[in-house]
Design a protein around this ligand. Structure first.
Ligand SMILES: [Zn+2]
Length: 462
């Protein structure tokens, strides 16, 4: 039985889907102001592991992750560059998509953009105005928080203890705590026409509108970073539940990536951009590192820790390489140990699950040393099954290694590259380094990148 920690009840709860065999998940995705650093990507990665685990438990998962493609910062950045907001939004959306993809996150079932859902937001706001939970002042639509009695239940705060924002008094709200569902257009800003005049979304409303559009008025799991609990998710609940939607049954939140004990910020410059970090380690190693902490624990990022983690992962790969050699065939997916499943069922206990991976590798290596191939291969295939759940099976087609060649074209390429690599290693053995380099250069010209790993040379096309 899967238990998940629900932020709303502050308890570990047995997961019971709304509809047997199916799970609907909505995860707040990127606000595409800038390309992602490793802190931005942790949420997508944590929920990718949740999704893979639910799939391993045979659930049919619908996974929605939105793109917030309009906000103050996007508009600000676009005006600095003297381009429309959507130029900045699209560029950064592509950077996020690339980062999710390079780290092996499965693409969402659907990935809605905020600006594509204005009619849905207008309809929801109309329902809220009609039922007295929202009101309009000079083209801005406000949510009346005092009208929603359980406001604060998610974040565990009483309304009177919540400090209103600094500029609250100047905006014509009825209560300083009221928040904007819709913002009246300012000069030179993008806008959409509504019954209340031109304006743009106020962030929170988009997620209520999109989650219910794709998953229904009630759905299983809502996820996001811990920093979204208040006000974003508190406001989503207020909007949707006051409108009569049951909304999310479980609320899951991942912790931050920190540097020097603080939330990772943009002021760190570009060195922690995903696109930069994957120049230092392979993407699969970065994924293994970022995914190895429990999703609700802070992850203190450092290159030392990343490198140490990568070394640990290479030990797993090296074992798989040796086991493949001993088996004399490609490994297939084996059976996961029960203790691995028990760990994953305990609120996605990835650290415990990874400990089981390493224990199995140790046992497999011992079996190899004793010449017990059957036990070693069974251990390796069990390791592959576990790595699949974590999204770090090096033989999975996503990581496009030679071991995964599965169509005839790839197979033909695999044979040719293997031949070239053999020629290269023969040349090296003969100390004919010019010939060895010539082979490498020829492969590089064909777009084949060679990387020497403890398990032998690995190649990718890219
Ligand atoms: Zn959201």
């Amino acid at each position: 039985m899967l238990n998940l920690y629900d932020t709303h009840t502050r308890t570990l709860r047995p997961f019971e889907p709304l509809v047997a065999g199916r799970v609907g998940i909505y995860v707040c995705g990127a606000t595409v102001q800038a390309p992602p650093h490793v802190g931005h990507i942790r949420s997508g990665l944590s929920f990718d592991i949740l999704r893979r685990w639910l799939m391993a438990l045979n659930f049919d998962v619908t996974y929605i992750r939105n793109v917030t493609d309009i906000d103050d910062k996007i508009i600000h950045n676009a005006s600095h560059e003297d381009v429309p907001y959507w130029v900045v939004a699209m560029r950064n959306e592509r950077a996020f998509t690339w980062a999710y993809d390079v780290l092996g996150c499965l693409p969402p079932t659907y990935e809605p953009r905020a600006t594509g859902h204005i009619p849905e937001m207008v309809a929801l706001m109309q329902r809220l105005i009609d039922s007295g939970y929202a009101y309009e002042v000079n083209g801005t639509v406000w949510f009346s928080v005092r009208s929603w009695k359980s406001y604060g239940s998610l974040s565990g705060q009483r309304l009177d203890d919540i400090m209103p924002s600094a500029d609250a008094a100047t905006l014509g709200k009825r209560d300083l705590h009221d928040f904007a569902l819709w913002k009246a257009a300012k000069t030179d800003e993008p806008y959409w026409d509504t019954p209340w005049g031109p304006g743009r979304p106020g962030w929170h409303i988009e997620c209520s509108a999109m989650a219910t559009k794709y998953l229904g008025a009630e759905f299983d799991i809502h996820g996001g970073g811990i920093d979204l609990v208040f006000p974003h998710h508190e406001n989503e609940i207020a909007q949707s539940c006051s409108a009569g939607d049951a909304y999310a049954r479980y609320w899951l939140h991942n912790a931050w990536v920190t540097t020097s004990g603080e939330k990772m910020s943009k002021s760190l410059g570009n060195s922690l951009l995903v696109s930069e970090v994957v120049k230092r380690v392979r993407p699969i190693e970065l994924r293994y590192y970022l995914g190895s902490a429990h999703y609700r624990s802070m992850l203190e990022f450092s290159y030392d820790a990343l490198e140490e983690s990568a070394v640990g992962f290479r030990r797993v790969e090296a074992f798989l390489g040796r086991a493949t050699e001993a088996a004399g065939r490609q490994l297939v997916t084996g059976v996961r140990p029960e203790i691995f499943d028990a760990s994953m069922n305990d609120d996605l206990g990835v650290p415990g699950a990874i400990a089981v991976v390493h224990d199995t590798v140790r046992a497999g290596n011992a079996a190899l040393a004793e010449g017990d191939t059957t036990t070693a291969v069974a251990a390796a295939e069990s390791v592959i099954a576990m790595l699949d759940v974590l999204g770090v099976n090096p033989y999975a087609s996503h990581w496009s290694t030679s071991a995964t060649a599965d169509d005839s074209r790839d197979k033909a390429l695999g044979v040719l590259v293997a031949g070239a690599l053999q020629a290269r290693s023969d040349a090296r053995a003969n100390k004919d380094f010019a010939a060895a380099d010539a082979v490498r250069d020829q492969l590089a010209e064909a777009g084949v990148v060679i990387e020497d790993t403890p398990a032998g040379p690995r190649w990718t096309v890219g």
